[in-house]
Ligand binder design. Structure first.
Ligand code: GDP
Length: 321
């Protein structure tokens, strides 16, 4: 596919001025791992670091989209500019259209202070764990006070994406054996706030109890450590949304007071830098010269002349020389 030339300074200026089209175009550049991205990120860097990033995870059907919509309204009521990213880490090669349908969010479609975007990583290195932070950065620089990142599916990749947020909200619903599923997927460890949605259904109180019990078994009882609250909601009627907002605010205040906000963001940046560096190194393996070097080193490993560690060192030395 031919790539259109990109006027990065103009695009960044429009995005900063609040143009939804410019924001959408910048996020498309991220999705495509476009060569102009380097220039985009350089231009955005000084305008980032303001947005609160809230992740929402949970099994399909649990009520993430409905909850996200309710939270968007609640943040809008405070006058905040809101970005929403819906990402599907489990199927990096599809997603687009499906997610587009999921995130229609008609309530907010016409609000110029709300940016809604679904994202799929089109198969480039590092996938969504690489592209999501950059998309967050675009929304942050475009003046979003809050970025809600909604992930689809349950699994390790979802846990990774949850690591990109300042505050991770884990949603469950009564029945569904969600509690056990959550424990299995390692989701208990990542949740800063737990929401038991569909509280209009039977079994909600039991799910809340189970969850509180499981949380109490974790080693989060030392003084000063955050104890994740469990909030009951009926997202479809917006019952409990205020309590979720209060829990988000409380957690944010805790992050700021404890220094964890800074630590989490530094860890997030470290992961991002590392994945860009690794992708950059690996892309050089594909160069003709790199390939020859790698091939030659592999032959020497097979011949027993070199051990694989020494060969890897030699490769890294050559690639970074
Ligand atoms: P997602 O797949 O996790 O994003 O879930 P959705 O937000 O799309 O919700 C799945 C379905 O559950 C939709 O039909 C919602 O209208 C419905 N739903 C969401 N929240 C509630 C709730 O609190 N109670 C009930 N009964 N239904 C809900």
């Amino acid at each position: 596919m031919a790539r259109r030339a990109v006027d990065v300074p103009a695009l960044v200026e429009s995005a900063r001025a609040g143009s939804p089209r410019a924001v959408a175009r910048l996020i498309s550049l991220v999705e495509d791992a476009h060569p102009a991205l380097r220039e985009v990120m350089a231009a955005l860097a000084q305008h980032t670091g303001r947005a609160r990033v809230v992740g929402l995870t949970g099994s399909p059907g649990v009520g993430k989209s409905t909850t996200t919509t309710a939270l968007v309204s609640a943040f809008r009521a405070r006058g905040a500019r809101v970005g929403v990213l819906a990402v599907d880490p489990s199927s990096p090669f599809s997603g687009g259209a499906l997610l587009g349908d999921r995130v229609r969010m008609q309530d907010h479609a016409l609000d110029p202070e709300v940016y809604i975007r679904s994202m799929a990583s089109r198969g480039h290195l590092g996938g969504l764990s690489w592209s999501t932070p950059q998309a967050i950065r675009v929304l942050d620089a475009a003046g979003c006070d809050v970025v809600l990142v909604e992930t689809v599916g349950v699994g390790q990749s979802e846990v990774e994406v949850a690591g990109l947020a300042d505050t991770s909200v884990v949603l469950l619903a009564p029945g569904m054996g969600d509690g056990i599923q959550a424990a299995k997927a390692g989701i208990l460890e990542i949740g800063d706030v737990f929401v038991v949605n569909k509280a209009d259904r039977e079994g909600a109180d039991a799910t809340v109890r189970d969850l509180r019990h499981m949380i109490s078994l974790g080693d989060r009882t030392e003084p000063g450590l955050w104890r994740p609250p469990v909030v009951k909601t009926v997202a479809s009627t917006r019952t409990g949304t205020d309590e979720v907002m209060a829990a988000l605010d409380k957690h944010h205040a805790h992050l700021e007071a404890s220094g964890d906000l800074r630590r989490r963001r530094e860890r997030r940046a470290a992961d991002e830098v590392e994945s860009i560096a690794l992708a950059s190194l690996r892309s050089r393996f594909g160069d003709v010269a790199g390939d020859v070097r790698l091939g030659a080193l592999a032959a020497r490993v097979v011949d027993g002349e070199l051990d694989p560690y020494a060969a890897a060192d030699a490769l890294v030395d050559e690639l970074t020389a």
